[in-house]
Design a binder for this molecule. Structure first.
Ligand SMILES: Cc1ncc(COP(=O)(O)O)c(C=O)c1O
Length: 397
């Protein structure tokens, strides 16, 4: 059986692989601590679950309109207006099976073979793959770890050419937790306008910003009268602890949304009906749950940053958003342990897993040499125990 060429071009999601590895170890009875999780550890809030139960009983069990139920698209517009101060019409919105599908649709709808797309490194693992699945080329641009992982504009300038058609931004960021200052986003939007790039702004961690306010790229685009083409992609997954419900959405220019809808219509028809009904409640119902989860995440962030900075040879900045920290373990690169050379963070993460049964995600997989991603979407006791174990592992090097 011969498999299509395009499959060979893309990499599997290695963050999912790490999560699978942790689950396998646990199923064998191994007491493993998992810092690789990319989802809140909380259950979906009760009022949202209740809305889903009610929808089931009321018979919302059928296909919906392809771009999403009109009531949900209206609720999304209300939320974008209320939270992000940007106004859209329901016809500017496409609801998808998680924001992952929104981003996939966007790349399929916007890019042609031979186009290039800027992706900032460290990047969320799926960005370069979405670009490659559209037969376009990701162009990796450095960021500055000392400045919230904002773009290194010198590196960007050096890489600009006429093949670039778009840029993907993600603030707050997975994997770094970095939140870009508005100035950096404005500078990028101006470049996008000048060169005619489409900006795809992945804002799935918008509600998890701990120090200062979050501003959507499209809001900055409007406030500064820049006129860049911005597609905003958002998700219910992280904000409302709804990863399994698979609801995300895009808001942007009608022609792009229409093209994305056409692709989605042939691929998956629509997002699931019960999830859509639950999402209406999530977006326009009581928002206290969001603030409650955020304040717990903030306490955990402060704890994990403190414990990481206590580890010998490890430096950890205080990220302003999401639920990831991205400490620098480069002082361990090229050291030997049990006769094995630690040549990259894949080796360091593997050593930590084998020696003390703690799962982390090597930064090399996100294009960041020397860094390791830890998710703090887990409780304080586990954070404390996990860090004790990592300390033991490092002391043995
Ligand atoms: C940066 C980023 N974008 C998008 C997503 C996709 O979210 P979902 O498909 O669950 O809406 C994730 C999930 O981990 C993410 O980290």
């Amino acid at each position: 059986m011969s498999i299509a060429e395009r499959v060979n071009k893309i990499n599997p999601s290695f963050t999912l692989q790490m999560a699978t590895k942790a689950a396998e170890m646990r199923s064998k009875g191994i007491d493993v601590i998992n810092f690789s999780v990319g989802e809140p550890d909380f259950n979906t809030p009760k009022h949202i679950r209740d809305a889903a139960k009610k929808a089931l009983d009321q018979g919302y069990t059928k296909y919906t309109a392809g771009p999403g139920m009109i009531e949900l698209r209206e609720a999304i517009c209300e939320k974008l207006n209320r939270e992000n101060k940007i106004s859209y019409d329901p016809s500017d919105i496409l609801v998808s099976n998680g924001e992952k599908q929104s981003l996939y649709n966007a790349c399929q709808a916007i890019f042609n073979p031979s186009d290039s797309v800027i992706v900032f490194s460290p990047y969320w693992v799926s960005f370069p793959e979405f670009v490659k699945m559209a037969d376009a080329e990701p162009v990796l641009v450095n960021t500055l770890p000392e400045s919230n992982f904002e773009p290194d504009f010198e590196d960007l300038d050096a890489k600009i050419d006429s093949s670039i058609k778009g840029v993907i931004i993600n603030s707050p960021s997975n994997p770094t937790g970095g939140v870009w200052r508005n100035d950096a986003i404005v500078k990028l939007l101006k470049l996008a306008k000048k060169h005619g790039w489409v900006v795809i702004s992945d804002e799935c961690y918008e509600r998890l910003v701990y120090d200062g306010a979050f501003t959507s790229a499209e809001k900055l685009n409007q406030t500064h009268d820049i006129g860049a083409t911005v597609l905003t992609c958002m998700s219910l997954s992280k904000t409302y602890a709804m990863t399994g419900w698979r609801i995300g959405y895009s808001a942007g220019p009608k022609d792009i949304i229409k093209a994305m809808s056409k692709i989605q219509g042939q691929a998956t028809s629509c997002a699931n009906s019960i999830g859509q009904k639950a999402s209406i409640e999530a977006l326009i119902g009581d928002q206290t749950c969001v603030e409650d989860m955020k304040s717990l995440f903030l306490k955990r962030r402060d704890l994990i940053v403190e414990l990481l900075n206590d580890l010998p040879g490890v430096k950890c900045a205080n990220p302003k958003g999401a639920f990831y920290v991205f400490p620098d373990f480069s002082s361990y690169l090229n050291q030997k342990v049990n006769g094995k050379l630690l040549k990259d963070t894949f080796d360091i993460s593997e050593y930590i897993l084998d020696s003390v049964k703690v799962v982390t995600v090597p930064g090399d997989g996100f294009g960041a040499r020397g860094h390791i991603r830890f998710s703090y979407a887990t409780n304080r006791k586990i954070i404390q125990e996990g860090m004790n174990r990592v300390k033991k592992a490092l002391e043995m090097i």
